[in-house]
Design a protein around this ligand. Structure first.
Ligand SMILES: Cc1cc2nc3c(=O)[nH]c(=O)nc-3n(C[C@H](O)[C@H](O)[C@H](O)COP(=O)(O)OP(=O)(O)OC[C@H]3O[C@@H](n4cnc5c(N)ncnc54)[C@H](O)[C@@H]3O)c2cc1C
Length: 146
C-alpha cells in the first residue's frame, strides 16, 4: 500500500513526488487563500483551481463577471501543477476519431478551439508577464508504424 509522506504534500500536489521545478519555485511561493467560512454571493462558482478553473475564472473576471473559485486543496495542486506544459492542437485522440463521434463539424470545433487556446495562453502570459518561456515551435508527428 502506498503511503503519503506528509499530509501537506497531498494539499500541494496530486503526485507522490515533487516536480523538478518545485526545487526552484517552491509551493510556498504560490498564492494561498483563506478557507471559505461564510456565505458569499457570486454570479459564477467554479469548482477546482487547475488550468481549467483558473482559465475560466480569468476569462469571466476580465469580462466583468463576479466569480468565486472553490478549491479542495491548494491552487494548482492537481494535474496542472505537474504538467510538462506542451500545448498542441494535435490531440491524443485523432481528429478522425473525434469526427466519428461528433461529426466533421465537431472535429472542426475541437481543432479551432485548441488552436485558439494555445494562442490565448501566449497572449495572457505576455500581457501578465509570466516567465513561462512560452514559445511557438514546429511540431512533428512520428508514426510508430512503418
Ligand atoms: C506529468 C504530467 C504531464 C502532462 N503534460 C501535459 C502536456 O504536456 N500537455 C498537456 O496539454 N497536458 C499535459 N498533462 C495533462 C494536463 O496537465 C491536464 O490535462 C490539466 O492540467 C488538467 O487541468 P484541470 O484544471 O482539468 O485539472 P487539475 O489541474 O487536476 O485541477 C483540478 C482541481 O480541482 C480540485 N478539485 C477536485 N475535486 C474538487 C472538489 N470536489 N471541490 C473542490 N476542488 C476540487 C483539485 O484539487 C484540483 O486542484 C500532463 C499531466 C501530467 C500529470
Amino acid at each position: 500500500m502506498a503511503t503519503m509522506s506528509h499530509p501537506q504534500h497531498f494539499m500541494n500536489t496530486s503526485g507522490e513526488t515533487d516536480s523538478v521545478w518545485v526545487h526552484k519555485e517552491p509551493y510556498s511561493n504560490r498564492p494561498h487563500f483563506p478557507k471559505l467560512d461564510k456565505d458569499i454571493e457570486a454570479e459564477v462558482c467554479i469548482i477546482g483551481s487547475g488550468i481549467a478553473g483558473v482559465s475560466s475564472a480569468y476569462e469571466l473576471v476580465t469580462r466583468g463577471v463576479m466569480v468565486t473559485t472553490i478549491e479542495a486543496r491548494e491552487v494548482v495542486s492537481g494535474k496542472s501543477g505537474r504538467t510538462s506544459g506542451h500545448l498542441s492542437s494535435a490531440l491524443d485522440a485523432p481528429y478522425t476519431d473525434i469526427a466519428k463521434i461528433h461529426g466533421s463539424g465537431g472535429a472542426k470545433i475541437a481543432a479551432e478551439s485548441h488552436a485558439w487556446a494555445l494562442k490565448r495562453v501566449g497572449e495572457i502570459s505576455k500581457k501578465l508577464g509570466f516567465g513561462c518561456e512560452y514559445r511557438m515551435l514546429p511540431d512533428y508527428e512520428i508514426s510508430q508504424f512503418e
